[in-house]
Design a protein around this ligand. Structure first.
Ligand code: SF4
Length: 334
């Protein structure tokens, strides 16, 4: 861990027992997160990408101990969060906050924006008087580009993009160092997505925030992320600096995610060769043997069905888990 590492995650696992029947017997284990490791430097973004069911949201929640990890460690600023008791964990939670995918579902429809944004301040005793709360909420609303005069309105009076800004204001109310953003723009119109990503970039520059940005779409995380980790069935299958990942993807799954990104020029888009994924992500209750991706991989070999590939170095700060020495290049940009 270097001195500027804020978040260090090592061999993180979140396994859920599946119980059935009257006696609730354990009939299997879902390995939602199965040995995930990464570092995030202070003031930077790690993009965590994969289809739904890949374990990225569970990873995000486990970082904040919103779900209890089965094993592994999460250090925030050198503090092992797994070793903290309830009181210390509560204090540590001020340093890390979450932004959710659906801003409407994550806001209480019966609470005004003032009460919503002020609630964490009240719980943590950071704004003792109503006047102090008003001033802090007004400042937070301005910070996220909302008119403070609207603070007595309710969530349904705002658009989707505005509601996500409210969610961000609430997350910022405790001045966190780490923000885990779980698909923060997936529910928004494409035109609004860029505004929210730009706002997150500005907040990072102004406040020195560190992000773990979870998305199913590589294009969304590209410009904000210093590094990108691609997850498949509970594991990281490739991790690299963002531009390196786009220029030299070393895992077929990453290639497939890249070729799903549309190119704005219709002429290029028509001519372009794609690596199209067939089928859905297999059930994490019964993942494929060997390389978990072998049931969908166009380059599958006999070895892939029995032998699980380890993450190995593919370049400076670049690792991938695939038995191929080199993945055949595909035309990603047209
Ligand atoms: Fe495909 Fe085999 Fe590489 Fe897995 S190890 S991604 S199945 S080539």
């Amino acid at each position: 861990m270097t001195t500027d590492t804020l978040l260090q995650v090592r061999d993180l696992k979140v396994h859920f027992a599946v119980k059935r029947g009257l006696l609730q017997r354990t009939v299997g284990t879902v390995k939602a997160v199965d040995g995930v490791s990464f570092d995030v430097a202070r003031g930077t973004t790690l993009g965590l990408v994969g289809e739904s069911g890949c374990g990225k949201s569970t990873t995000g929640r486990a970082l904040l101990r919103l779900v209890e990890p089965t094993s592994g460690s999460v250090h925030l600023g050198g503090v092992d969060l797994g070793k903290l008791g309830t009181g210390d964990l509560r204090r540590a939670r001020r340093r890390m906050q979450m932004i959710f995918q659906d801003p409407y579902a994550s806001l209480n429809p019966r609470m005004t924006i003032l009460d919503t944004v002020a609630e964490p301040l009240r719980i943590h005793g950071l704004a003792k008087t109503p006047r102090e709360r008003l001033e802090k909420v007004a400042h937070l609303m301005q910070t996220v580009g909302l008119e403070p005069a609207y603070m007595r309105r309710y969530p349904h009076e705002f658009s989707g993009g505005q509601r996500q800004r409210i969610g961000i204001a609430r997350a910022l109310s405790l001045s966190p160092e780490l923000v885990v953003a779980d698909e923060p723009v997936s529910a928004l119109d494409v035109s609004i997505q860029a505004q929210i990503v730009n706002l997150l970039a500005k907040l990072q520059a102004d406040l020195g925030l560190t992000y773990v940005f979870i998305a199913h779409d590589l294009a969304v995380v590209r410009h904000l992320s210093r590094e990108i980790a691609v997850m498949y069935l509970g594991r990281i299958v490739e991790r690299a600096p963002a531009e390196e990942l786009f220029a030299h993807p070393a895992h077929p799954y990453t290639q497939a995610l890249l070729s799903a990104i549309p190119i704005p020029d219709p002429k290029i888009e028509r001519k372009r060769k794609r690596l199209v994924l067939v089928g859905d992500v297999p059930s994490p209750l019964n993942p494929p043997s060997g390389c978990h991706f072998h049931t969908r991989c166009p380059y599958v070999m006999d070895r892939c069905k029995v032998d699980e590939p380890e993450l190995v170095a593919r370049g400076e700060g670049h690792v991938a888990a695939c038995h191929l020495d080199e993945v055949p290049a595909i035309d990603i940009t047209g």
